[in-house]
Design a protein around this ligand. Structure first.
Ligand SMILES: *Cc1c(COP(=O)(O)O)cnc(C)c1O
Length: 396
């Protein structure tokens, strides 16, 4: 373990110095007037990052998983029907959470590596004539497999049958690194956490509710207290919280939004796309394949790399950590041992990405895989050289 090396896990991500300082605050009375200068810009900054005018943002001391629970418990009642797709560990966990809350989940399973089958969603929604389905779940970027799904297409599938269900999107590993359009895509609840695209320490569940989701608050009867957004709404009206907020993290979030918006969201997405393409070129040079089955589902925030049969990919992750002090992600659930993941989201530059690619290469050679040292690095170098922006934003 080294604190000098960047991490290449798909969250928590590298924290820029500026954000570490922003989070590191002396104790501040959250009931003092000054708290509004932190809270309000954090809320409005998140709205801009989510591209929503009409959504209401709620920030809980929690993590992305707490955001899932916020979405479900505030809008649904036991027995309500939910349509979901299991295409990786995170979408699977959200389904598990629904089941433990007594929701009636219709979960489509697809082989991990595929995106959400929007045609299946369309068929199921069209067949649901009496509108029993209350919510459609979609994991925008399945972090376990490096697969991005088309949220606009999910919305189109819903609209095609004029289905009134709400659309809840897990954007934990996409928001702040890949394009996300809450209003345009008709997202009713968007969920993320502080430690991925926002480049912050872990500790905040970041959610936004559409007017339709807000309207569901009163009829929903699932038990909730800590995550009740009605209490949060009441608090925000007077610039306060229903309990003690993490003032430092909220200040960090305010600054994080400023950083993302200063760089320009389109530039942030383009930077992630470039870095990801360099990583993918390296993977191709190693003659390896992604878990993601086709280019339209390739994630720009994480690449999950299948290793040859008979090789335990978890060993590579352990070796990288022990020998080189660098972290990659391992395989989760049914892909454990079969793949390793290079996280490339958040505060990352070409130069940092090259160090991760080089280290993965050293590990593969150390462990006897048929990979030539420098092959992936060269492929990424070629790509970065030929596409480097005039002025690279150095977030770190
Ligand atoms: C990280 C992640 C989560 C879980 O977030 P926590 O902050 O660990 O609770 C959920 N969904 C996706 C897609 C993720 O990448």
């Amino acid at each position: 373990m080294s604190f000098q090396n960047p991490v290449f896990i798909p969250g928590p991500t590298n924290i820029p110095e500026v954000l570490r300082r922003a989070c590191d605050m002396p104790t501040m009375d959250h009931r003092s007037a000054h708290f509004a200068d932190i809270l309000q810009p954090a809320l409005s900054g998140v709205k801009k990052v989510l591209k929503t005018q009409t959504g209401q943002v709620f920030l809980f001391p929690s993590t992305g998983s707490g955001g899932w629970e916020t979405a479900l418990t505030n809008t649904l009642s036991a027995g309500d029907k939910v349509l979901a797709c299991n295409n990786g560990m995170f979408s699977q966990k959200w389904i598990d959470m629904c089941e433990r809350h007594g929701l009636d989940v219709e979960a489509i399973s697809v082989p991990w590596g595929q995106g959400i089958p929007t045609n299946r969603y369309a068929e199921i929604l069209a067949a649901d004539k009496d509108h029993r389905i209350k919510v459609v779940l979609a994991t925008h970027n399945e972090t376990a497999t490096g697969v991005v799904s088309d949220i606009a297409a999910v919305r189109a599938a819903m609209d095609a049958s004029n289905h009134p269900a709400m659309l809840f999107v897990d954007g934990v590993s996409s928001i702040g690194s890949m394009d996300f359009r809450m209003d345009e895509w008709g997202v009713d609840v968007a969920v993320t956490g502080s430690q991925k695209g926002f480049m912050m320490p872990v500790g905040l569940a970041i959610t936004a509710f559409s007017p339709k989701a807000i309207a569901a608050l009163e009829s929903a009867t699932l038990p909730r207290w800590y995550f009740d957004v009605r209490d949060m709404q009441a608090g925000y009206k007077v610039n306060g919280y229903p309990y003690t907020p993490q003032v430092g993290l909220l200040n960090g979030l305010k600054v994080s939004c400023e950083m993302l918006l200063d760089e320009g969201l389109d530039n942030v997405f383009a930077r992630h796309a470039r870095i990801a393409q360099g990583v993918r070129n390296a993977i191709a040079a190693w003659d390896m394949e992604l878990c993601a089955v086709s280019p339209e589902v390739y994630s720009n925030s994480v690449s999950a790399i299948l290793t040859p049969q008979g090789f335990n990919a978890t060993e590579l992750v352990t070796h990288a950590s022990v020998k080189y002090g660098l972290s990659f992600g391992g395989g989760l659930g049914q892909v454990e041992g079969k793949l390793f993941r290079i996280g490339h989201l958040g505060s990352l530059t070409d130069v940092m990405a090259l160090s991760g690619i080089a280290t993965a290469e050293m590990c593969m050679v150390d462990l006897g895989l048929k990979v030539k040292l420098g092959s992936g690095v060269a492929a990424a170098q070629d790509f970065y050289r030929s596409t480097a922006a005039e002025k690279q934003q150095v977030a770190a």
